[in-house]
Design a protein around this ligand. Structure first.
Ligand code: ADP
Ligand code: ASP
Ligand code: MG
Length: 441
């Protein structure tokens, strides 16, 4: 059995849905298709939720109407037969009626998650309507019946596996299953999600933790993991192969092609991941397995919105236990630290969330002078055994001209060297690294 996940742009147009129906029915082994919402939908749903949260019901109604009009024209191209068109209309009516009812209810966090779930519910149901029109046998697996997270927003692997296996056992004769990415239930049984871009995570959880698939294919709008961020740098090239650790570093440090958490299930259960281009299915893409394929630098990525905190204290001098006390503050506020560097009298570290910053700073104050720098970016140079690669540091710093570096992290992992720089220099450094490390301009 294999998993094939298609992202927003891959399902964003009726002809693309037709095209992916062709891709998923070519397979000889049974397939679980995981779909995102149509491109633009989740952003629109976020906007609708924001309008409702602000009490701007008019704004929300207008945004709902605009989104509904988009779906009405989408289905006219998606299906042609009267019966299936009627079904597609009924699906749209059901979900937009729900959104319109929500307008009358007072806003809550749980309600906003319900709103966000509509995108994947719509895309999967509409895709199934098209499969029906084409006479393609399939089954819709409601993700809300098996995908769940615990009180700490962590997936409940055991329960997901048991529930999904049971459903698949009961439908052994089926060869094609369709399910929603992104959405799940939380510990309170409410509708929730795996955070933005979370359909990749759903796919990996299903492929690896739940069914032990032969491969987890992530179909998107680009031919694999590129050596640099194609949104920022003009000339980038796909990387043919990398190991799980390299892919995890890139995903975590800003390569948007993968959700930051989407690699660990595949890595834990040793399921190969393939990144493929829906618009160019014959392209090789990127294969991610336990094997790195080659040694050396493979790619760079940038993680935005980083906050750097420096704690200076003469009491650190020759003291032990100082770092533990600092780490305990971040642990208390469940705030992960991305980078850390120390000197004899100061420690600098970075976090990516403003959420608990005020409380964290208050608790750090007794330890010394605390300085905060916002608008920072982590630039990660990722590859296999890069720390041992000859002249890597020379090449890295030789590539960067006139860009001040606030922090450097080297040797923490054999796959990553990270630099902290000001956000204003991000584009320039990515371009310079493209030239200096990859010979691309
Ligand atoms: P999907 O909707 O299919 O999940 P995403 O937009 O989430 O697609 O991810 C694909 C996008 O990731 C690409 O279009 C590209 O702009 C962006 N991206 C950022 N960094 C990289 C990278 N290193 N390699 C490939 N794509 C990247
Ligand atoms: N639709 C969700 C989002 O836009 C999940 C995903 O596409 O992976 O974030
Ligand atoms: Mg994505």
């Amino acid at each position: 059995m294999k998993v094939m996940k298609f992202g927003g742009t891959s399902v964003g147009k009726p002809e693309r849905m037709h095209h992916i129906a062709g891709l998923v029915t070519k397979e000889s082994e049974p397939v679980i298709v995981v779909l995102s919402a149509l491109s633009g939908t989740t952003n629109a749903l976020v906007e609708i939720g924001d309008f409702i949260a602000r009490g701007d019901r008019n704004g929300a109604r207008q945004a709902i109407d605009k989104l509904e009009a988009h779906y009405q024209s989408f289905i006219k191209e998606l299906v042609k037969k009267e019966a299936t068109l009627a079904k597609a209309k009924a699906i749209i009516a059901e979900h937009f009626e729900f959104l319109n009812i929500i307008l009358k209810i007072s806003f809550s966090e749980a309600l906003s998650k319900d709103i966000l779930a509509q995108g994947e519910l719509l895309s999967t149901k509409l895709f199934c309507t098209y499969l029906e029109e084409m006479g393609i046998d399939h089954m819709l697996l409601p993700a809300l019946e098996f995908m769940s997270i615990d009180n700490y927003d962590e997936p409940q692997i055991g329960s997901i596996k048991v529930k999904l296996t049971q459903i698949l056992q009961q439908n052994k004769e089926k060869k094609l299953f369709v399910t929603q990415g992104y959405i799940c239930r939380n510990a309170r049984g409410e509708v929730d999600n795996l955070k933005r871009g979370g359909s990749d995570y759903s796919a990996s959880l299903i492929a690896a933790a739940a069914i032990g698939a032969s491969v987890c294919e992530i179909w998107t709008d680009i031919d694999g993991m590129h050596n640099n961020d194609p949104r920022v740098v003009k000339k980038t090239v796909p990387v043919e192969q990398m190991c799980f650790a390299e892919a995890a570093e890139l995903a975590y440090f800003g390569a948007k092609i993968l959700h930051p958490a989407s690699i660990w299930p595949a890595q834990t259960y040793k399921i190969p991941v393939r990144l493929l281009n829906t618009m160019q299915p014959e392209a090789k893409g990127t294969l991610i397995t336990e094997e790195a394929g080659s040694v050396g630098v493979k790619a760079v990525a940038a993680k935005d919105n980083i906050i750097a905190i420096r704690i200076k204290s003469s009491r650190m001098l020759l003291a032990y236990g100082f770092l533990r006390k600092i780490f305990e503050v971040f642990e208390k506020y469940r705030t992960p630290i991305d980078m850390i560097t120390t000197s004899e009298v100061a420690v600098s570290l970075t976090i990516d969330s403003e959420a608990n910053l005020k409380d964290i700073l208050k608790e750090l104050e007794p330890f010394g002078t605390v300085e905060v720098d916002r608008d920072q970016v982590i630039i990660s140079v990722v590859g296999n055994e890069i720390a041992q690669t000859e002249d890597i540091i020379k090449k890295l710093f030789g590539s960067i001209v006139n860009i001040p570096v606030r922090m450097v992290s080297y040797g923490g992992s054999p796959h990553n060297i990270s630099l902290l720089i000001a956000a204003a220099n991000k584009k320039q450094i990515l371009q310079q690294l493209n030239k200096g490390m990859f010979g691309l301009e």
